[in-house]
Design a protein around this ligand. Structure first.
Ligand SMILES: NC(=O)c1ccc[n+]([C@@H]2O[C@H](COP(=O)([O-])OP(=O)(O)OC[C@H]3O[C@@H](n4cnc5c(N)ncnc54)[C@H](OP(=O)(O)O)[C@@H]3O)[C@@H](O)[C@H]2O)c1
Length: 257
């Protein structure tokens, strides 16, 4: 892979990409990351010594493939500032929800060699679910290059652009709805007398088994629920479901503008 790669923004998702690439055999010597926060850059450099770090976005934007690792409001300010330095053959990959191809192109002065991806954190261990959409300005060889860069992250299905925000809520933020519950269970298991190793083994295996039962058994939802007669949290279930529906529906409406 000979493409030079720039990241604008050196936060969480950039670190996730770099971890996935490092473990996936992609040479980080060709990567340059810009961020206004010197501490963020220094800590990234400590984790990934091969990368180049700069405070000036115009340097990372002048690479062959440019990843926009910015929150949408910041991207709206930064994109017009880098429009002039993008090379005609550059590929720009936005990792942000909200900003459509149409809006990105408008902010970049008509630039159309664009892709969008909604990555997720398990990509750090090559097991992410990272749906993406290609803009109409990309040629076959551009798509092949991006596919090689996406591979170490895990699954990366091509989807309709209009569905990316739904995937942001389902997959990108999804782990946060469950991690705290698993951690609580993990801590309780220790209180009930299990060693850390015993608790982690049981929890890990139970989660994988439960996922297998839900998605591979062919059972309908009610029949699956009925396989376990005692449901200690049943009384709280309605309240939890309500929180999911209220919070996530409101967020989806916001992301879709
Ligand atoms: N993390 C995920 O799992 C995930 C998943 C899917 C999509 N995304 C998307 O990826 C984008 C970035 O998210 P993130 O998780 O990486 O957020 P983050 O950890 O907050 O990183 C954003 C970085 O951008 C920096 N920044 C702010 N202004 C900048 C500027 N003018 N030029 C360059 N960098 C600037 C921030 O610095 P300061 O902290 O100093 O402001 C911060 O280091 C967002 O659109 C998010 O929705 C993230």
């Amino acid at each position: 892979m000979h493409a030079k790669i720039g990241f604008i923004g050196g936060g969480r998702i950039t670190a996730i990409f770099l971890s996935a690439w490092k473990g996936g055999g992609i040479d980080l010597k060709e990567v340059i990351v810009s961020d206004p926060d010197a501490e963020v850059l220094a800590s990234l450099k400590a984790r990934f010594p091969e990368i180049h770090i700069v405070s000036e976005n115009r340097l990372s934007a002048a690479q062959d493939v440019v990843f926009l690792s910015l929150h949408p409001p910041v991207a709206k300010t930064v994109l017009p500032q880098i429009a002039q330095v993008l090379t005609p053959k550059a590929l720009v990959v936005s990792l942000a929800p909200v900003l459509t191809f149409e809006k990105l192109s408008e902010l970049l002065g008509g630039f159309s060699r664009l892709a969008r991806m909604i990555p997720n954190a398990p990509s750090l261990v090559h097991r992410g679910f990272n749906p993406f959409a290609f803009g109409s300005g990309l040629a076959k060889e551009d798509r092949a290059l991006l596919d090689r860069l996406f591979c170490p992250l895990g699954e990366h299905p091509q989807v309709a652009e209009a569905k990316l925000e739904a995937y942001a809520i389902l997959a990108a933020m999804g782990p946060t709805y469950f991690w705290f519950q698993w951690q609580t269970l993990r801590e309780l298991a220790r209180e009930f007398g299990l060693e850390k190793q015993e608790a982690d083994r049981a929890l890990n295996s139970m989660l994988h088994g439960a996922v297998g039962l839900m998605f591979e058994s062919g059972m309908d939802y009610a029949a699956m629920l009925d396989t376990v007669p005692v449901k200690p949290l049943a009384e709280s279930q309605e309240g939890i479901e309500r929180v999911f529906r209220e919070k996530l529906s409101a967020l989806h409406a916001r992301l879709k503008g």
